[in-house]
Ligand binder design. Structure first.
Ligand code: GAL
Length: 343
């Protein structure tokens, strides 16, 4: 196992973790993000996540790709919430006047402190950041860490920890996009997806949750047995899928034994199994429509990737049964997600 450090531009670094099986996980202190995840196959290496080649591309094109998201992933309706009887108004940054991903800029735009840890069977990079009291309107000095690890069992693991000195909200996630073909120009339509979830959150047209948990049965979002994404995208008359021209929804996990979600490449050569201690996975199928991005010398288009944003469901501060995102000074936040790579 080894770790190499290189430059990503504008004072930011890239850390390349390589395991004994030939897997390479590249992460950056810019946004504590994943940049590349390269796996070997019998037809050559594949970079199975979306990412740019310089920090500048993240700033000019899309700063959320692969990043650690916080303080609160997803939308907070009107940027308003109540904590212990006090109303807070945090920075809003969507057209509809909501707070997306903690306001902007937030974690994704920061240069995090980094530390490399090596053991015989695992390498890790620990990123740490202090978000000051009042940042984007959120209370409390929040000390956070995100640890990216790669081991020889081909598991990429993410561990989050945080503490605050005042009661606040905390609901981080990672905004990795997978495309297991290794080609950003091939839409993910031919991938097979399994999500062990009986219910998803219904959304309003502005992306906020309505508060309704709906059964997946009979909808485009029934992935309880493996199904091609094409079958979801092409199902007729599914209003929730049509509203976003794809998936941009929280799935409430059943947490049965084994993986919570599985993604398989169209040729069956690569798969990723997601296991998390979080209650929800927000799946976003890069519904970028006509907005194209330049990535690694190619054009990333509609449905060019798929996220597995493990977290408490957006709307948790409004709707009790959506999860718990209040963090108090006497608590230590802890969350873990593992992506098992098979190739
Ligand atoms: C997702 C969110 C999408 C979109 C995306 C960033 O987490 O659900 O609506 O905002 O982040 O491009």
């Amino acid at each position: 196992m080894e770790v190499r450090k290189s430059y990503l531009g504008n004072g930011t670094n890239l850390f390349s973790m390589v395991n004994d099986k030939g897997v390479r996980l590249d992460v950056s202190d810019f946004g504590a993000r994943i940049v590349n995840l390269v796996v070997p196959t019998d037809t050559g290496e594949r970079n199975i996540v979306l990412g740019f080649e310089s920090s500048e591309d993240y700033t000019t094109q899309d700063s959320y790709i692969g990043a650690t998201i916080g303080r609160v992933a997803g939308r907070i309706n009107s940027g308003r919430f109540k904590l212990d009887g006090k109303t807070y108004q945090v920075q809003t940054n969507t057209e509809a006047g909501h707070t997306l991903h903690g306001g902007a800029p937030s974690f994704e735009g920061k240069i995090w402190q980094s530390q490399i840890i090596r053991t015989e069977d695992e390498v890790s990079v620990i990123f740490t950041l202090t978000s000051p009291d009042g940042e984007n309107g959120f209370p409390g000095n929040l000390t956070t860490s995100v640890t990216y690890s790669l081991n020889n069992q081909n598991e990429w693991t993410l561990v989050y920890q945080a503490q605050t000195d005042q009661t606040t909200l905390y609901n981080p996630t990672n905004h990795v996009y997978f495309n297991l073909t290794g080609d950003v120009e091939t839409p993910i339509d031919g991938h097979e997806l399994t999500v062990v979830a009986d219910q998803f959150a219904v959304l309003n047209s502005d992306g906020t949750v309505t508060g309704e948990k709906r059964g997946v049965n009979g909808t485009a979002f029934d992935f309880r047995t493996a199904k091609s994404l094409k079958d979801c995208f092409e199902l007729a008359n599914d209003a929730q899928k049509d509203l976003f021209s794809g998936i941009d929804h929280p799935f409430f996990l059943s947490h049965e034994k084994g993986a919570d979600a599985i993604l398989q490449s169209p040729d069956g050569k690569v798969s990723v199994e997601v296991e998390t201690d979080q209650e929800t996975i927000v799946i976003f199928t890069a519904n970028f429509g006509q907005d194209k991005m330049n990535m690694r010398g190619k054009t990333l288009g509609h449905h060019g990737g798929i996220t597995f944003e493990t977290q408490a469901a957006p709307g948790a501060i409004e709707f009790e049964d959506f999860g718990e995102i209040v963090l108090r000074p006497d608590q230590v936040y802890h969350a873990k997600t593992t992506y098992l790579l098979k190739f």
